[in-house]
Design a protein around this ligand. Sequence first.
Ligand code: OGA
Ligand code: MN
Length: 287
Amino acid sequence: MTIEIEESNVSLGAKIRGLKLNALSEKDWIEVHKAFLKYAVLIFPEQHLTQEEQEQFSARFGKIENLVDNLKTIPLTNKASNGELYEQDSEWMKLLKGNEGWHTDSSYMPLAAKASILSARIVPTTGGETEWADMRAGYEALDNATQKKIEHLNAYHSYFHSQAKIGHTVKQGAGYGFNASDAPLHPLVKTHPETKIPALFIGRHIHIIQGLSEKKTEKLVAKLTDIACKKGTTLLHKWKPGDLVVWDNRCVLHRALPYPLTEERLMLHTRVAGDSRSERAINHATA
Ligand code: OGA
Ligand code: MN
């Protein structure tokens, strides 16, 4: 089989066909990795991987993060184990709801994520798409004065505060930024460790930019997000069961789109940890 790359019509994203991710040769992996660095979001239609195969593919990118309950893969689902859809105001639905704001995964943890892998099992008839925005193009789109202004700024990322904004009180826990000062601190602009391309590192988890008030932080982050996630520049994927997507959290933001509350959606999420040399928070350095 030959690998087929269909570029999107925006600055990020490509669809890849002609590969079976559960039987990837070394040669194919090299192509996939090259495409990952170039396009930042790779969509693989009709893969239908098992959970184990998804984890094996994810492990190609690095060490898999332990997520909620120490799982390597979490089912993002609105259906409870008793077969009923969760109540909208339940804790779990608030966690899912948070995904509808632009974010990058694990920026609120001492080690931010490198990549995320998401596959579709059950999709609603309408809505429930995922959208990505290119933070390399976002940085480039800023005027010189703004680039200069933010170049040396750092921001505290806090899950506690981002969830509080949508009415979700997260219990105090390590790496969740309960105390503003131990919330992980990351630069607003980061050089990609592999491509060396500068990219904005923003998203809904930013609580405070060091040296700015909460109000000024909000205003600046909103401005940057508006520019970097401008309509017409983003990539939207309408899922079909069996599709798998991998994205580079180091240079893209993503969000889920809403869907009817009466319909089921089941996605499998696996997350790959960042490299300690480039994704570790400034204030969580290890010896
Ligand atoms: C994620 C995420 C969005 C979606 O998996 O990290 O934010 O569309 N998902 O479910
Ligand atoms: Mn996410």
